[in-house]
Design a protein around this ligand. Structure first.
Ligand code: MLT
Length: 232
């Protein structure tokens, strides 16, 4: 079955242990990670703390991310998928620390498998879940413990694509029903959600438009427990 947790602060209530966890932060961490890896970045290390990420520069990592949507001093790049589009960082290792997305990874570390999901790799995520025997926990990054429209929308899009039997829990049913309500105009809905307004105030409309596009890539970044990084 599939369950959806609306913020990483609640992951322990749903228990990641033994499950396939899908980390979701549509605006923008998981879109940035998928885009970076689809454009040649060879591994991604998610860091809870900014200092931990910046310290990795010494090991040759490109360092990026944000707090409250804004690049932190000492980081090389913003938490923007667009920075990776020209393949400028191909073959780099990327360390990322963000307000909520990297927390979602940190609270899921006892999972059996962890993958990265967002609209940019929607179909690939659905196919990956369909071939797995594991129960699935979709961990939404949300915003500082609160739920976010964009992450619930993506979780619902996945569940709506899978066969009916996957939708056997209250949280899966709620996410699916929510997506189906907006399926034809989900982009308009996401353009007016809380985090879209935060990003608009920071002049990041292009980020919003990119993050809502479906199936730009077919890759699935997967957590490797030995290297403690996401790889393909
Ligand atoms: C987060 O982790 O909360 C985000 O990715 C925020 C953002 O950069 O828009």
């Amino acid at each position: 079955n599939i369950e959806v947790v609306v913020a990483p602060e609640l992951t322990s209530c749903y228990q990641a242990k033994g499950k396939l966890v899908v980390i979701i932060d549509v605006f923008r961490a998981t879109t940035t990670i998928v885009t970076a890896m689809a454009n040649g970045v060879k591994e991604v290390k998610t860091c809870l703390e900014v200092d931990e990420a910046i310290a990795l520069k010494k090991q040759g990592y490109l360092v990026g991310g944000e707090r409250d949507g804004v690049k932190v001093d000492g980081m090389d790049v913003d938490n923007s998928p667009l920075s990776f589009l020209d393949g400028k960082y191909a073959d780099k290792k990327f360390a990322i620390s963000t307000t909520n997305g990297t927390k979602a990874v940190e609270t899921s570390l006892d999972a059996n498998e962890i993958i990265i999901g967002t609209f940019a790799n929607l179909t690939a995520v659905c196919e990956y879940i369909a071939q797995s025997d594991l129960d699935v926990l979709m961990v939404c990054a949300g915003w500082k413990g609160k739920m976010s429209t964009e992450d619930l929308m993506f979780a619902g899009a996945v569940i709506a694509t899978l066969p009916e039997e996957y939708c056997s829990t209250d949280s899966a049913d709620i996410a699916k029903s929510y997506f189906l309500k907006y399926a034809l105009n989900y982009k308009d809905k996401l353009d007016t959600c809380e985090h879209a307004f935060r990003l608009k105030k920071l002049n990041k409309q292009e980020n919003i438009d990119f993050c809502v596009e479906k199936d730009l890539y077919t890759i699935i970044p997967k957590y490797n427990a030995i290297s403690k990084t996401f790889v393909l």
